[in-house]
Design a binder for this molecule. Structure first.
Ligand code: SF4
Length: 452
């Protein structure tokens, strides 16, 4: 790519904390820097971009430390990400250039403007956009993403206000890319060598809408997620398409139809945060579903995505020890988890996030929370083993991600299980294999054909 400008020998480095969204945004910001002629240098960069997270108090503390460390080495420190929203004063005090997530102009465009100001370059007209609720592509990616599975941000922002979550106070404006832009970006990622793309977003089910509150989603002519799947699955050379996380209420029949119609590109895996199996706790959390809705949606998903006799992989997030969670509430969570049969549960002990409603409520004793977490972690192991046993003897395709040496690799199959196998394949390629062994710690396969 020809740089928009030439920044004489300036270099950059990124420190990224937090979720997949942040990694997708890092790739977008990196494209902005490269388009201006900056090059990466992790030893002595001119600019260090600290892309922060503050979803928990601990993440905020890590972000603060990362900014401090970057500042000590005398670089110009750009601070971006959620910490700029929760702790703007600290971010301004510690960093040099602050680019907040919130604002009427999309963050990526304000980042581009801040870089231009730092370089004392004129901002091109294309970047001087005014207020918009669309999510523009500032600059198409010019290098591969850090992960084998390339994150592609399709949506940003949330206004659902779950009582434990700070995000709606940080990423306040809901924005979505257009289907055409997502296709363009996915095409570029494939050209750069990625075979798998993962759609990311804060509230992916609000794709095309200006609110995450379903009862208020009345955007005329909204583009639909199902159409997005149809369009991106046609990208030449794309082998796999995955969605990072969906709110349970957004799994609809048209969406499942699109997933089935676009097999095998769209994989039979969904991450559907449960958070709690108790009706009472879900209400206190201000989630947009109750447990009957959740179980109905799970039944529909299992039925529609049953492919070659294998049920879809379902993964989830669960918060343990939310204020007001009784023993009985927790027991209901365990029951729901057993009924669903998750491949994997991300279990989080509830932790106070200042600025949220739940932070003001009476907290459970830490020992109780820890006990419940441990119980769920044990359950996670047994549920994962039960699900993975269904893969035994089945043909899968493994995306090689981690080289363990000696020709041994780890990767994910279409059903998201982590697979270990010996192969001459290379990172980022798909290897057809047959699952030969499933044990509590690993799922082992043997390659069956040459590399795809
Ligand atoms: S849906 Fe709830 S948990 Fe998810 S980002 Fe919005 S407020 Fe946070």
């Amino acid at each position: 790519m020809v740089p928009l400008f030439t920044a004489m020998e300036k270099t950059f480095n990124f420190k990224v904390l937090g979720c997949r969204m942040n990694h997708a945004e890092q790739r977008e910001m990196e494209s902005v820097l490269r388009a201006r002629g900056l090059t990466p240098n992790s030893d002595a960069p001119d600019i260090e971009v600290v892309h922060t997270c503050s979803v928990t108090g601990q993440a905020a503390a890590k972000s603060r430390n990362a900014i401090r460390r970057a500042k000590k080495s005398g670089k110009t420190v750009f601070v971006t990400g959620c910490f700029t929203g929760t702790d703007p004063d600290v971010a301004s005090e510690l960093g040099d250039v602050i680019v907040k997530q919130e604002g009427s102009v999309p963050m990526i465009e304000r980042f581009a403007q801040a870089v231009d100001a730092y370089l004392q370059l004129p901002t091109p007209e294309s970047v001087k956009r005014v207020e918009t609720v669309s999510l523009p592509i500032a600059t198409l990616p010019s290098t591969k993403a850090n992960h084998v599975r390339a994150e592609l941000r399709i949506q940003d922002g949330c206004d659902a206000h779950c009582t434990f979550c700070i995000i709606p106070k940080i990423r306040t404006t809901l924005r979505s890319k257009t289907i055409d832009d997502v296709v363009t970006e996915a095409t570029r990622l494939v050209e750069l060598g990625h075979q798998e793309v993962v759609f990311t977003g804060v509230f992916i089910g609000a794709f095309g809408h200006e609110t995450a509150l379903r009862r208020k989603q009345t955007t005329p002519d909204a583009e639909h997620l199902a159409d997005l799947f149809d369009a991106v699955a046609q990208v030449k050379g794309l082998k796999r398409l995955r969605i990072s996380s969906m709110e349970p209420g957004d799994v609809t029949e048209p969406l499942l139809d699109a997933m089935v119609a676009n097999q095998p590109i769209v994989v039979p895996h969904l991450h559907l945060p449960l958070q709690s199996g108790s009706k009472q706790v879900l209400r206190k959390m201000n989630r947009q579903y109750d447990i009957e809705d959740y179980m109905e949606m799970i039944a529909m998903t299992k039925e529609r995505l049953l492919i070659n006799g294998l049920p879809p992989a379902i993964t989830t997030d669960i918060i343990c020890g939310f204020p007001t969670e009784t023993e009985d509430d927790f027991a209901q969570t365990v029951t729901v988890a057993e009924k669903v049969g998750y491949l994997h549960m991300h279990v989080f002990p509830y932790s106070i996030r200042t600025g949220t409603a739940a932070a003001r409520w009476k907290q459970l004793p830490p020992t109780v929370v820890r006990e419940r977490v441990n119980q769920l972690l044990e359950l996670d192991e047994s549920l994962s083993l039960s699900y993975r046993k269904q893969l035994l003897g089945k043909q899968v395709e493994v995306m090689l991600e981690q080289d363990l040496g000696d020709g041994t690799w780890k990767g994910r199959c279409e059903h998201y299980a982590e697979i270990t196998l010996k192969t001459s394949g290379t990172k980022g390629t798909l290897v057809p294999a047959k699952v030969t062994e499933v044990n509590p710690d690993s799922t082992i396969a043997m390659p069956t054909l040459q590399i795809i």
